[in-house]
Each structure stands twice: as C-alpha cells, then as structure tokens.
Design a binder for this molecule. Structure first.
Ligand code: AMP
Ligand code: GLY
Length: 432
C-alpha cells in the first residue's frame, strides 16, 4: 500500500527507514521530508498544517495509511479532518484526535486529566488574567524552585524553572500580562519542582489496548555534562540500565494503565503513539508531561530497537487490534548523537555543505534531520542537522561507535556532544 508520513526531522527519517523495510509498503510519500527521506520515497512540498492539500495528495497518490510525526497537525485536528472528510475517511490515519492531542496541546487539560484519574504528577494550580492576584500570592508562598508552564504549545520553550521569587514573578507577568507566548501563555500552570532522574516511556494504543515500546532518555541541554541552554534534543539512549522490572511494574500500574483507562472513561479517541515524560523520584514515577506523538531524538533509538513490522503495527492500531501485537525488541543498546549547527539553539548559519553522509558502517545508522538538496549538494537547513545512531552491547559500546561514525561526517561549524549516556558509562570514555 502507499503511505504518507508527515514531518521533516530525524524522527521522520527514522520512521521512513523503518516503514520502507515492510513488505507492505509500496510507495512512501513524505510531507515535506528532508534530503534523507528523499532517498526512501517521494518528498511532497506541502505544509504540515495544510490539511486540504495533504488530503488532496492522499487521493491523488492512492494513499491508504497516513502517519503523523509532529504534534502541531495533531493538536490542530488533522485526524478529525481526515475522519470527517468524505474523500479521506477510508484512509487509516495514525494519531489522536484534537481532543486527545490536548494531552500535549494544553498543560492545564493534561494536569486535570491526571488529577481526575489519580495519575502521579507534581502538585499544581492554574491561573489566568482573571485570578492573576491569586497567582502572585501562590508564587510568594511556594517553595523554590517553582515551575511555571505556559498552557499551550510554545515550541518547547514554555516551561520555566524559577530559582527565585523575583524571577517567577517576572515570568508570570510576562506570560499573562505581556503575552510572552501569545495565547499559549495566557493560562499558566504553576507546579512543584520534582527532582530525580528523567526518562520517557512510549506506548502504541488504539484507545483500549496498548503495547509498550522500549524506554529511552534524551539529553536536552546544548553542553556536555547537561549544561547551557535547552535544545530540541542533543542525543538519546535506550535502554536505561536503572529501568528494572520493579520500576517498570510501577510505571505500568501507576501511570500507563490509569492513562489508558482514563482515555476510555473520558471518551477520548486515541489511535497512535503516546509519549510519557517521567521523573523518577526515590524510585517512584511521576508524569512530567504527555506528548501525543513519538519523541525526537528518542525515536532514533527506540525505533531501530523495535524488530516488528511497523506497517503491520500501524494497521492493527487503525483496526483497534493492538491486543494482537507482540512487541519484539533488539536487546542491544542504542545511542543517538545529534550534530547541530554552530550557535544553535541561538543564531546559526544554514546552507552548509555536508560531507560523508553516505558512510555505511556495520551496526550504525545515519539519519538526516535538517537537510535539503541544493544544486545537487546536501546542505544544512536547520539547527539540528543529522543524527549518528549506533548499536552496541551496552551504552558505552554504542556511544563509542556513534561517536566514531560522527567523526566521519563533516560540515563547517558542526557541533555535537561526546558525552551522551555518560551517567550509564562507568569509566567515562570522554574525560573532560
Ligand atoms: P516540558 O516542556 O513539559 O517537556 O518540560 C521541559 C523540561 O522541564 C522537562 O523535560 C523537565 O526537565 C523540566 N520540568 C518540567 N516540569 C518539571 C517539574 N515539575 N519539575 C522538574 N522539572 C520539570
Ligand atoms: N525529545 C523530546 C520531545 O520530542 O519532545
């Protein structure tokens, strides 16, 4: 069958690589894709929120399955659009409806959902211009640090961890009174700071049954040793050595099962991946956030470890037959390291020619993120440019190989972290 994949990053190149391994995938289309996906299928230059054009392309190319990578089209209702439209309702589309995608699109909705279904999360209150004064008082009596979250999508920048009352007060003012994040910040969730180890779990669900994918951890800070500004993700590892059977059982019983039951009780249609960001505090899991999609760069380590036929899994999901899926996981460790443009996440240059992308090493994969073809050359066109992924018998092995592969590829001012997975490597292989 013909398949359309929506998105353009490292996550989408990884998914394209996996989808095209299935004998059920005839032609793959990617909208808009990158230079990496162009080698696996046909890139379509369509905006990811232009539902009408995406639907037209599906009719024209006889597409039977649509997979939505990023959150924006999901939060804006692409699944509802396809399911309601006469011309597209026969097409299987993977992802939650807008109402269910609000688990990511509205922090306040997600917190209410967790509270209602007794899912462990940080204690919180929400405020708008209407109860602004109460918010000010709430901040003043809160312990430090205090966490402020813009309610809506804010391109990953809407969370402030404030170390002082002055800072918290200033951020609160900026969001509510001065529209720092536009509409997204007109409602603010103020919550307790949770300390511990962060990790992510992923489930594929049809809203009734679910299967769990391998767990992962991403590295958000630009600098080695988790220092500097937050980014879209500098690397990821899977599996996590501390995620043992006891912790897994707690995550399933206290978080995943109540979440899936909550979807049913609240009549929330959900056919797709759900990403649950967790904080493990004294061996107890708490939900930091829900995302209504797979993560990036977590996908680059989770999907290579999945040995099932992905097309088959998606079709079973669309048919509400997730209970028939048996997940098969490669026992090896995987490490992903992201190469970024110098200056990122602040200002950086685009259009740099990239050499060495055709490298082919055993147990390695190289996924494009922000790349495009210009004058027969592959050049950078974003902050995160490509991802070096390697397997290994443990995180140390995988990390060394991913680093070796990274050294074979080059563009001017390329930067990457050499310490991804450092907490899981006993003798630090890259001493500073
Ligand atoms: P989010 O945009 O919800 O992914 O949050 C961004 C990051 O902020 C998370 O990955 C955490 O590292 C951190 N964070 C969010 N909420 C909390 C919290 N309640 N306590 C501690 N850290 C948090
Ligand atoms: N890696 C975090 C995210 O995809 O949101």
């Amino acid at each position: 069958m013909n398949i359309l994949l929506i998105g353009a990053g490292g996550r989408e190149h990884t998914l394209a690589w996996k989808l095209t391994q299935s004998s059920q995938c005839e032609k793959l289309f990617i909208a808009p894709g990158n230079a990496g996906t162009a080698r696996l299928g046909t890139n379509l230059e369509i905006d990811i929120t232009n539902f009408e054009k995406l639907a037209d392309a599906c009719i024209q190319e006889d597409i039977k399955l649509v997979f939505v990578g990023p959150e924006e089209p999901l939060v804006k209702g692409i699944v509802d659009y396809f399911n309601k439209n006469e011309k597209t309702k026969h097409i299987h589309i993977i992802g939650p409806t807008a109402r269910s995608a609000a688990l990511e699109g509205s922090k306040s909705f997600a917190k209410d959902f967790m509270k209602k279904h007794n899912i462990p999360t940080a204690a919180y209150q929400e405020f708008t211009a209407d109860n602004f004064k109460e918010g000010v008082d709430y901040i003043q009596q809160h312990s430090l640090p205090v966490v402020l979250k813009a309610d809506g999508l804010a391109a990953g920048k809407g969370v402030m961890i404030c170390q002082s009352y002055l800072e918290a007060q200033a951020e609160f003012d900026l969001m509510i009174l001065r529209s720092k994040f536009g509409e997204a910040g007109k409602r603010v969730v103020i919550e307790d700071f949770l300390s511990g180890i962060e990790m992510s779990v992923f489930v594929l669900t049809d809203g009734i049954s679910y299967v769990m994918l391998p767990e992962a951890k991403d590295y958000k800070r630009i600098g080695e040793g988790d220092t500097g500004l937050n980014t879209g993700g500098m690397g990821a590892v899977s599996p996590l050595p501390f995620f043992d059977a006891i912790l897994e059982k707690k995550v399933i019983e206290k978080i995943i099962e109540p979440t899936i039951k909550g979807l049913q009780q609240d009549n929330m249609d959900y056919k797709g991946f759900l990403f649950i960001g967790l904080m493990i505090k004294e061996n107890e899991p708490f939900v930091i956030e829900y995302n209504c999609r797979l993560g990036d760069p977590e996908t680059e380590v989770v999907i290579p470890r999945l040995t099932n036929d992905l097309v088959n899994m998606l079709l079973l999901t669309a048919q509400s037959r997730v209970n028939e899926i048996e997940i098969e996981i490669d026992a090896r460790s995987a490490v992903a390291i992201v190469a970024v443009s110098g200056g990122y996440p602040a200002e950086y240059k685009k259009g740099k020619s990239i050499q060495g992308l055709d490298i082919s090493l055993d147990e390695c994969m190289l996924f494009h993120a922000g790349t495009e073809v210009k004058d027969d050359e592959i050049v950078s066109n974003s902050g995160r440019v490509f991802v070096s992924v390697a397997f290994g018998s443990d995180i140390k092995d995988a990390s060394e190989l991913a680093d070796y592969q990274m050294q074979q590829v080059y563009f001017e001012d390329m930067k990457y972290r050499r310490d991804i997975g450092y907490e899981f490597i006993k003798e630090n292989i890259f001493p500073k």
